[in-house]
Write a protein that binds this ligand. Sequence first.
Ligand code: NAP
Length: 290
Amino acid sequence: MEILNGTQTALNIKESLTKDIEENLIKKGLPSPKLCVIIIGSNPASEIYVAGKVKACSKVGIQSEVYRLPENVKESEVIDVINKLNRDKTINGILLQMPLPPHLNEQKLINLISSNKDVDGLTQTNLGKLMQQDESGLLSCTPFGIVKLLKSYNIDLKGKDVVIINRSLLVGKPLALMLLNENATVTICHSKTKDIAEKTKKADIVIVAVGKKNFLTKDMIKDDAIVIDVGINRDTNDNKKICGDVDFENVSKKTSYITPVPGGVGPMTIAMLLRNTYIATISSYKTKEE
Ligand code: NAP
């Protein structure tokens, strides 16, 4: 069994990104990329994620700005902020931190972000470009991070049977498209799927993003399967330590490759956010030249 080390892979990506920013922007007298994160309300988990993103930005030479709005903010005020950031030429990436308070319509607000600044890759335009295999789009960070991690270990996806347990817009749907584009054969499972184990047992790669500790057990996979654990849970039995959806101790004994939690998909997601911010910045100069 080999660990798919997301921390190390993300570090390698961040190192090359730091060089790219230096060579292609700073040395040419251009400003470093700038990411703006909008956070609404005071969700403790969101605060931790945003702090992590801000710290990661500073390490590679990306500027960041956090825009805080109160829990009871009106939709029209959020729209005003998004429009202002869309127009601001000094800002290259805009990220709306999820979850939003229940009175706000997530999808509607995401779609207002300019697709050129949509570093989470979640607008209709960028998801549509993924569907059409148009490489000018920005790819959503978690699925893209998973594909990058598999590729960095030279895992050939062509013809592989992949089962994804998740159908969200954030993870399962874009991931299925990215894997199809890599010529994998993809099955998506969800809470209404009849017999998940029957499907996962036949899969070469199982990707689980359910949000339930120990959801994937060893009897659900075949020998030498590759397992990607996207879940992030707090283990109530173990000092609220972070854990994934996989019974790692037992499942890992059967796998050829497996991601740990923490240290697997999480760091790759952040690395892809940084990469997207850089790509959005470079593309903005290309657009101006054209
Ligand atoms: P979500 O929108 O709640 O999606 C959860 C998915 O799991 C849904 O498709 C749901 O099915 C399915 N599901 C729930 N219970 C199930 C069951 N008993 N059997 C089969 N499927 C079941 O959540 P999300 O935003 O996609 O995130 C999923 C997990 O990934 C969370 O733990 C989240 O924290 C984590 N995550 C991690 C990263 C990272 O960077 N590591 C990034 C994003 C998300 P239905 O569609 O039928 O409800």
